[in-house]
Design a protein around this ligand. Sequence first.
Ligand code: GUN
Length: 284
Amino acid sequence: MSANLLDGKAISASIREGIANEVQDLKGKGVTPGLAVILVGDDQASHTYVRNKERACEQLGIYSELIKLPADVAEEELLGRLHDLNADSKINGILVQLPLPKHINEKRVIETIHPAKDVDGFHPINIGRMMTKQEALLPCTPFGILKMVKDTGIDIKGKHVVVIGRSNIVGKPVGQLFLNEDATVTYCHSKTKDLRAYTAQADILIAAVGVAKMIKADDVKKGAIVIDVGMNRDENNKLCGDVDFDDVAPKASYITPVPGGVGPMTITMLMYNTVLAAKMANKQ
Ligand code: GUN
């Protein structure tokens, strides 16, 4: 068995083409989708992510606003900005780049964003809607992973999905999305005993741990689909995932590279959510 690359860039490009067409349609009806991004402080990785989001908006014809706030900004000031953006009709999507400085209550920030503008899908209302399979803005990385797996053409129903990681941003919601597709889902995490006993059963293995190259060929079932959400640096300071790609690829049916796998899909689904929020706000 030799692996097929699940190319996030290529899948993203085809989805983005559809989004660009939708944006043009909406503009013809007098609606320009708009995204506001709030960046607090000067975390280098956050700056890079935010720049990529702005560039994607520009390419697709989406209006974007970047609001940069100093690391010592008062929580009240940030919440005030969110209230203004909630009331701003040019803005359909609001994203506050995480992580936030420690003096700011992340939960309160997320809950201040209007659920209809919560293009990250982090608001408890959207999480609850997702869990109960109602229409919702879905979290971008999990949504992108689901799109990639669907792109392989496999039938997800009854497949065993093993998720390693239980964060609110990736692990928990990605398992839920696959459960919604009738998969059997197992969650593993740092306290799991005998991790390999679970990962080796996975038809679809999703690694969102943050440990460079920790998943080896022996951890994976032959023919599995392997999705790598990791963004780590290896011993040579080279970007790498949670999966040891060279070791695992020959055993997998499909595998995502890092970079160029899940990463591009996350931004694409953010653009998708922004356009969806614009359509919902304008009843299109
Ligand atoms: N930081 C890392 N990933 C994300 C994300 O998907 N959304 C936001 N807002 N911040 C992040």
